[in-house]
Design a protein around this ligand. Structure first.
Ligand SMILES: CC(C)(COP(=O)(O)OP(=O)(O)OC[C@H]1O[C@@H](n2cnc3c(N)ncnc32)[C@H](O)[C@@H]1OP(=O)(O)O)[C@@H](O)C(=O)NCCC(=O)NCCS
Length: 100
């Protein structure tokens, strides 16, 4: 990927049903964080993943809440790209190790 890591674990999409957005699990973790942790752990169990692979996602530039949540959860902005008919997207990455 230009100006980005060569190999990544790509998150295609995360969606939480409206009734469960901004809610927490029984152990007081945000559902968004909990999903991300579960998804990352599953992906890292896959034989095609490598420990150093960062997580990568694209988020609609108009989706400010999701962008802020991802930034809060440790994702850093790589750049913004125009995706044909879909409009502008932010590309974000989170390193395999480090503070969350
Ligand atoms: C994007 C989405 C998954 C986020 O889940 P959510 O339930 O809204 O997330 P929350 O509001 O509970 O926030 C999750 C965490 O981000 C933090 N956060 C929320 N808003 C924030 C803000 N404006 N700035 C910084 N941190 C913020 C919360 O404090 C929480 O942190 P914690 O885990 O440390 O407790 C959810 O809103 C969703 O499914 N939206 C519709 C689909 C969508 O847009 N998906 C993204 C497409 S890429």
């Amino acid at each position: 990927m230009p100006d980005g890591p060569d190999e990544v674990i790509a998150l295609e999409w995360i969606g939480i049903a409206l009734a469960y957005q901004h809610k927490r699990t029984n152990d007081n973790k945000s559902i968004a964080r909990s999903i991300l942790e579960t998804v990352e752990a599953r992906a890292r169990e896959n034989e095609r993943s490598a420990p150093e692979m960062p997580l990568y996602l694209e988020v609609d530039a108009r989706n400010h809440h999701a962008t802020q949540v991802y930034a809060h959860l440790g994702f850093e902005l790589i750049d913004s790209v125009d995706v044909l008919t879909r409009g502008r997207y932010r590309r974000m990455v989170r390193s395999a190790v480090g503070p969350r």
